[in-house]
Design a protein around this ligand. Structure first.
Ligand code: DO4
Ligand code: MG
Length: 278
């Protein structure tokens, strides 16, 4: 089942039919350990909606209410290697290698809820950065108890020039206006996503694809539950939280994003998150 946040309520999609939830408050609706079962009960009393020219589908917003967005780092071998290369001159190389092998994962704060950009919104490259990439990431949604109840697609927009200059600049490389995109929906499955789930990305410039790549979850070094366990260990999230799980796809070193590029990130059961770079 998929939940879409709109200006005046929450749409539920199942089997290509849309319903409007009686509960309008996103934070109240999604923060439950039995979210899938609760939605199944809700749908029994709802009538499918019909969208027409007179009653069009409402605009879909980012699937976030008051939830913070956190992110995981160096959870794929590709991320470890690319970061060791970019920070070599700064002497930061071995930190990435060590965190890849360590028991404790790298977790960092990515975005407040109000800064998150939704599907079809504009993500940004920093004007003081010279080397920029999108990071396509499966993003977990956990209830306030830390239970994994859903997923969305995340774009962890990153400045490689700033992070590469000094790993201590990570917060500036990762968090700025337009650096976090989530969407198009909150996907709430009956069972967790399998290791064969594919994440793919295509970057289009002036109508031409300039980069594409894909990775499966089986290549992720850590388990979603392990990442959530560390995030919730010593921190309360009264409305639940989003956690990006790290990137397994990084374009070659001579690639940098440009304003006007369009980034499509797809994860099969969730959908596609499309953003223009501004
Ligand atoms: O270590 C820096 C950030 C890593 C990251 O964002 C990723 O691996 O996806
Ligand atoms: Mg990332």
């Amino acid at each position: 089942m998929k939940l879409y946040k709109t200006e005046n309520g929450i749409l539920l999609e199942r089997d290509d039919l849309f319903y409007r939830l009686h509960e309008n408050d996103w934070d109240v609706a999604v923060n439950r350990d039995d979210l899938y079962e609760w939605l199944e009960i809700q749908i029994e009393n709802l009538i499918p909606l019909t969208f027409t020219d007179d009653i069009p589908m409402p605009e879909i917003l980012a699937p976030v209410g008051s939830q913070e967005v956190w992110a995981s780092g160096v959870t794929y071998f590709r991320s470890r290697t690319a970061r060791m290369e970019e920070s070599e001159k700064a002497g930061g190389g071995s930190f990435y290698d060590r965190v890849y092998e360590a028991e404790r994962p790298e977790l960092f704060f990515k975005s407040t809820a109000w800064r998150v950009v939704g599907n079809h919104g504009t993500v940004r490259i920093r004007r003081d950065s010279t080397w920029d990439v999108p990071e396509p990431e499966l993003t977990l949604f956990a209830s306030s108890s830390g239970t994994l109840v859903g997923y969305t697609i995340g774009n962890d927009m990153s400045s490689r020039s700033i992070e590469g200059e000094n790993p201590l600049y990570l917060p500036q490389a990762k968090s700025y206006t337009g650096s976090a995109a989530l969407g198009p929906c909150l996907y709430v499955p009956e069972f967790p996503l399998g290791d064969d789930t594919v994440i793919d990305i295509a970057i289009v410039r002036s109508g031409e694809e300039v980069f594409s790549g894909e990775v499966t979850l089986s290549q992720m070094k850590r388990k979603p539950e392990e990442l959530l366990h560390y995030l919730f260990r010593e921190m309360a999230f009264p409305h639940g939280a989003y956690l990006m799980t790290g990137t397994g796809i990084i374009p070659p070193s001579d690639f940098t994003l440009q304003q006007g590029d369009i980034v499509h990130i797809s994860i099969e059961p969730i959908g596609t998150l499309t953003n223009t770079v501004g």
